[in-house]
Design a protein around this ligand. Structure first.
Ligand code: GDP
Ligand code: IMO
Ligand code: MG
Length: 427
């Protein structure tokens, strides 16, 4: 296995955590390169479930180096909570195996307050953010006023940056949003009190990945969210605030693009979305409810019910174009059991035209009509299958059809949440 980027091919929650955990067995380093604790990545090992929001999903494999790259936005309190929870389970979370880039921007209390205040003000046009302060933190990064993890080594710099930020933000909070202002002293005192627990983790992630690559080790780049939540290429404005496309693995970890060898798109066997935004193949009927119940489609971060619908290969074609996918890992196939028919959205119709790729104008995706192709369903329990040959013919036909329609090989098939419930197809 070479260096591999794992991305969510749809709107998030495709099962990235499970596949990263599984592929960690053959890697030495796992790096998160964007997003923050808006992510919720679930790993199940021998029936025991762990949900990670910030720490890379390789952490449950002993000895693997786990790194948080400069492209991530890190809530220091959430990081420490996650460290403590893992340590309580006996997982080694020492700075020898876990690192944070000094260039990683920090999510501060006022980012979370602003996230919530902005959403509340968008009455009727809510994005449905996770409320974790992701957007406001990336805003500060782009505005060049953000606080970075490495700044924690300089208390005077922390105080100066927080003071500067609050001069503006407290006016917004008080005057526009009618919120209580944030206390500068309180923010700084708390941050500096936890700084001694964060600073030992500071690591030159860029150099660490380069070093691993030079030694011939395998590096896994763990994406968060999904390609259609990308700030540029997603369903704007109903997107997250980072680039989720595979190319950002390079910028967000601090490596050159030639370091990235294979790009695995995680594709859920149907489609889900949390929060607002267009979703052409959404099912608001019994089938949609069946997928939600059978697939336990409730957010790993916010607990919100996920919107569910048929597999949409139109958005997947765009994912392939945006990310140069080399492979697909197809997850949650078992959830489709007992549906009499399986529909695949193969094209859209818009203003009398048939489209093979999503339309690009803002709002256009909300106006398309999905065109479906129907395949027969299956009734067998496939959660115990460990090879393609063991899968019923109708399931194999579904997988084959996806490969034909998307033009990328399905090299991993997941038939259950547990690490072991996976079929890896030889090349
Ligand atoms: P991520 O954000 O992409 O890591 O995905 P989440 O963890 O938010 O959501 C995926 C959910 O599906 C989790 O509850 C996983 O345990 C579960 N899961 C992953 N793969 C499979 C699978 O093949 N079958 C079933 N039934 N559940 C799966
Ligand atoms: P993982 O990594 C699914 C969605 C939110 C909202 C939009 C913007 O677990 O797949 P944000 O808080 O990022 O500003 O919210 O993006 N969203 C996700 N949806 N999975 C995720 O992460 C998500 N992270 C953000 O629901 O619609
Ligand atoms: Mg998730």
């Amino acid at each position: 296995m070479a260096n591999t980027v794992i991305i969510g091919a749809q709107w998030g929650d495709e099962g990235k955590g499970k596949i990263v955990d599984m592929l960690s067995a053959q890697s030495q380093v796992v790096v998160r390169f964007q997003g923050g604790n808006n992510a919720g990545h679930t790993i199940k090992v021998n029936g025991k479930e762990t949900i990670l929001h910030l720490i890379p999903s390789g952490i449950l494999h002993e000895g693997k180096r786990c790194l948080i790259g400069n492209g991530v936005v890190l809530d220091p309190d959430v990081f420490l909570e996650e460290v403590d929870a893992l340590a309580a389970q006996g997982v080694d979370v020492s700075p020898e195996r876990l690192g944070i880039s000094p260039k990683t921007h920090l999510i501060l209390p006022y980012h979370k307050t602003l996230d919530k205040a902005r959403e509340a003000k968008r009455a009727g046009k809510k994005i449905g953010t996770t409320g974790r302060g992701i957007g406001p933190c990336y805003e500060d990064k782009a505005a060049r006023v953000g606080l970075r993890a490495g700044d924690l080594l300089q208390p005077d710099l922390v105080r100066a940056k927080v003071r500067h930020a609050l001069q503006e933000k407290n006016v917004l909070l008080r005057e526009l949003y009618k919120y209580d202002p944030v206390d500068e002293q309180e923010v700084c005192d708390h941050l500096l009190s936890i700084a001694p627990r964060i600073t030992p983790y500071l690591t030159d992630v860029s150099a660490a990945v380069q070093e691993a690559d030079d030694k011939g080790q395998n590096v896994l780049f763990e994406g968060a969210q999904g390609i259609h939540l990308d700030i540029d290429h997603g369903t704007y404005p109903f997107v997250t605030s980072s680039n989720t496309v595979a190319g950002n693995a390079a910028a967000g970890a601090g490596v050159g693009p030639r370091t990235l060898n294979s790009i695995v798109g995680i594709v859920k066997a149907y489609t889900t979305r949390v929060g607002s935004g267009p979703f052409p193949s959404e099912l608001e009927d019994d089938t949609g409810r069946y997928l939600r119940t059978n697939g336990h489609e409730f957010g790993a971060t916010t607990g919100r019910p996920r919107r569910c619908g048929w597999l949409d290969v139109v958005i997947l074609r765009e994912t392939v174009r945006l990310c140069s996918l080399t492979d697909i890992a197809l997850t949650k196939l078992d959830v489709l059991q007992n549906l009499p028919e399986l529909n695949i959205c193969v094209a859209y119709e818009l203003d009398g035209k048939r489209l093979d790729y999503p339309p690009q104008g803002e709002g256009d995706l909300a106006r398309v009509t999905p065109v479906y192709e129907t395949l027969p369903g299956f009734v067998e329990d496939i959660s115990g299958c460990r090879s393609m040959e063991e899968l019923p013919e109708n399931v194999r036909a579904y997988v084959r059809r996806i490969e034909e329609l998307v033009g990328v090989r399905v090299s991993i098939v997941s038939v259950g949440a547990d690490r072991e419930q996976t079929i890896v197809r030889q090349a």
